[in-house]
Design a protein around this ligand. Structure first.
Ligand SMILES: Nc1ncnc2c1ncn2[C@@H]1O[C@H](COP(=O)(O)OP(=O)(O)O)[C@@H](O)[C@H]1O
Ligand SMILES: Cc1ncsc1CCOP(=O)(O)O
Ligand SMILES: [Mg+2]
Length: 267
């Protein structure tokens, strides 16, 4: 069996056997997230209806759930899919977009957390609020530095027995015992809508590739974004050209370049 010990090795393994990833994501993110997965080498499927979400989760290799544009019908689909993923042994990722904003979102996220996500990926404001802290987030946008969310992430990871990824200028990943920081990316990334949502879907793709190493898979997905983001920013005039350059950079990124350039440090 091939060893998948580095982000580059995981990227290579994903491309050799593209995983089917069921993405229950929001209307804003659907197109860019699907393109991010295709450019990276995975197969996305945006399937959210309550009538089929559970059945689909049983055939997908991983599931991602994002509450960005929520409705009661969507919640039914999310819960059916999360239950099916868990019962068939598939990893699933929760992206709690702006869960602090309304009671409807808070309740939906509390119910999803009770279904034991394998990984939780959010921005700093979302992770601080998930741990019961005072977050300064505005709608879907973070207003808190990642460093401020590190303690919350460690607490949440232990409580949920999940890997928690906090993204921002320097990303942070923990499983409650281990923790790392990942440098890279670009200030243009939060200027392009739904890149965080797309990253959540990519975390699902890596988790499908390396279900035996969920922590490593999460780090690999964030590392891929960090290096592709840096590369895309080099020639970008602003968020518009960054957006298409980012897809090209993901597709062009190879395992060796990723491993040579990634900057991961133990936290
Ligand atoms: N200031 C920044 N500098 C570099 N990369 C960033 C910055 N802010 C966000 N990113 C990157 O953008 C991606 C999306 O993260 P983020 O903006 O935190 O998510 P969300 O869109 O959910 O708020 C991640 O890869 C993250 O590392
Ligand atoms: C703008 C917006 N509104 C509801 S979901 C969404 C997209 C949020 O994307 P991200 O969390 O990646 O910034
Ligand atoms: Mg987000």
């Amino acid at each position: 069996m091939q060893t998948k010990t580095t982000p580059g090795a995981m990227l290579k393994a994903m491309r050799e056997k593209p995983p089917l990833v069921q993405c229950i994501t929001n209307y804003v993110a659907m197109n860019i997230a699907a393109n991010v997965l295709l450019a990276s080498g995975a197969s996305p499927a945006m399937v959210h209806a309550a009538e089929e979400a559970g059945e689909f989760a049983a055939i997908a290799s991983a599931l991602t759930i994002n509450i960005g544009t929520l409705s009661t019908q969507w919640i039914d689909g999310m819960q059916a899919a999360a239950k099916a993923a868990t019962s068939t042994g598939k990893p699933w990722v929760l992206d709690p977009v702006a869960h602090y904003a309304t009671a409807f979102r808070r309740n939906a996220v509390a119910e999803l957390l009770a279904l034991s996500p394998t990984i939780i990926r959010g921005n700093a404001s979302e992770i601080i609020a998930l741990a019961g802290g005072e977050s300064r987030g505005q709608g879907v946008d973070s207003r808190d530095p990642v460093e401020q969310a590190e303690g919350s992430a460690r607490w949440l990871a232990e409580r949920q027995r999940a890997v928690v990824a906090v993204t921002g200028a320097v990303d942070f990943v923990t499983d409650g015992e281990r923790a790392v920081r990942i440098e890279g990316g670009s200030v243009l990334m939060p200027q392009v809508t739904a890149l965080g949502c797309s990253l959540t879907c990519l975390v699902g793709a890596f988790a499908a590739t390396a279900p035996e190493d969920i922590f490593g898979a999460t780090v690999a997905a964030l590392s891929t974004f960090a290096i592709a983001g840096e590369e895309a920013a080099l020639g970008a005039a602003g968020p518009g050209s960054f957006s298409w350059r980012f897809l090209d950079a993901l597709a062009a990124l190879d395992a060796e370049t990723l491993d040579a350039r990634v900057r991961i440090s133990v936290a």
